[in-house]
Design a protein around this ligand. Sequence first.
Ligand SMILES: [Mg+2]
Length: 187
Amino acid sequence: MSAESIPAAVAERVKLVILDVDGVLTDAGVYMGEDAEGRSIELKRFDIQDGLGVKMLMWGGLDVAIVSGRVSAATAIRARELGVEECHQEPDAHKLKVVEKLLERKGVAWDQVAMVADDIPDLAVLKRVGLKAVVANATEPVIRVADWQSTRHGGRGAVREFCDALLQARGDLERIVDEYVEDRSRT
Ligand SMILES: [Mg+2]
């Protein structure tokens, strides 16, 4: 598979999209500091175009889950803002058990799942899903198993590129954009 196209048959099977956070929804950087009282502060930079892509997936009838291997308030805030209810933060990247439970709860099979990943904490889950997507700057072991790779880096539009490609392959992209523009054309 190339960055431009995802086979329609693969795309049409997808019901759930799992997004990693650090390095996928962010550039993998974490801003660390403390406030005037000496309390730790951790901030992350999220991409607005990625966020709209996530919403477009949901408008297209897809389920979206955020699964992080690191616990951070910034991630929970971003998930809430996007309306992503399935936001799971697993310390030490024990992602497989949380995803297994999620699939069972939602009645979704592994081949109906797409994941966007960047590094080895994603591999246990990524290896099992039906559509394995990775960002342009993913690490080598992750690229090796990928079906699709974005041309953009994590936190710099990679997720949006994936969302557009997935919706395009499902034949939904144009309709979703048209509906969005039409809605914003009302005065
Ligand atoms: Mg990551």
